[in-house]
Design a protein around this ligand. Sequence first.
Ligand SMILES: NC(=O)c1ccc[n+]([C@@H]2O[C@H](COP(=O)([O-])OP(=O)(O)OC[C@H]3O[C@@H](n4cnc5c(N)ncnc54)[C@H](OP(=O)(O)O)[C@@H]3O)[C@@H](O)[C@H]2O)c1
Length: 304
Amino acid sequence: MDPSEFSLPSESITAFTGPEHAHHDIYPSISASHTPSLRQPGKVVLITGAGRGCGRAMALQYAHAGVAGIILVSRTLPQLEEVESQIRSISPETKVSKHVVDVTNAQSVFDCAKAVEQDFGGRLDVLVNNAGTIYALAPLRDTKPEEWWHTYEVNIKGPYLFLKAFLPLLSGTAEKFKTLTHVVNISSIGALSINPGGTAYFTSKLALLRLTELVELEEGAKGVVSVAVHPGGVATELTLPFENLKQFMTDTPELSGGFVVWITAGEKKWLGGRYLSATWDADRLEERKQEIVEGDKLKVKLAV
Ligand SMILES: NC(=O)c1ccc[n+]([C@@H]2O[C@H](COP(=O)([O-])OP(=O)(O)OC[C@H]3O[C@@H](n4cnc5c(N)ncnc54)[C@H](OP(=O)(O)O)[C@@H]3O)[C@@H](O)[C@H]2O)c1
């Protein structure tokens, strides 16, 4: 595919903030190192795909937020060990547990939930469904069926399994501590873009938006807030092979790390069920809260 033929919806990168306020790196309003109100002591956070890329940055930003526990999940133990030692140097008092789990394997996910329940006394405040995969952005007729479907296994079945396994802990924690708990599903701007080659990855991330909205509908009254997030364009193992995406890889992993910490700090129930981009300015987003809520904005709809 010719890179010049590939485009992303610019309003999804700059909406509500304007291009002049789009962020590419972490900034004080979303950085717990700079903004004490973002600190979340006592909370327990689980991140899938925490070994590298955006998931690793999220784990480290939660360490800066001084959380009580971070549960790291991926298939590669050495990467989880590296993240654990980085967390320890930032926040020695944070308890870390590592779980080598393939997010597509139901039994492994349910075993992980049992272990987490025991290790953290039944407490879970934040579930970040970040693990994701992508294969060649080939036209449908050139795709390999096993790769096409594996994209759905990781990007949709994975979040489904973690939601099924961990929603009882999230709602139980909300009830016990009279607080909000959070599901953050890492989607993609690809969910909103129409480009050849996107039939697997883009549609799986679009499905994740609606999954987020439906989980918000089912669990919101139980204190569980569900949000979908585009982490920005980040040069990672996932994106590096794509020549035609290089032009969009303008953001640091710390941007998404800080943005997720911002989402789960304080009482932001109004974000529930919505799509957010980490590139949007958090303060300007708050300023437009009334417009977003009254207009039921930042959701996928049919324009008629
Ligand atoms: N980078 C971007 O520009 C961008 C843009 C939009 C959306 N995203 C989304 O952001 C998320 C993170 O991506 P990234 O760019 O940070 O990629 P990455 O650096 O490749 O990290 C992906 C993480 O997911 C884990 N993972 C993949 N398959 C897994 C499986 N079956 N079971 C358990 N863990 C699995 C990987 O660990 P193991 O391989 O060790 O299991 C790794 O820790 C993904 O959902 C991606 O779709 C990224």
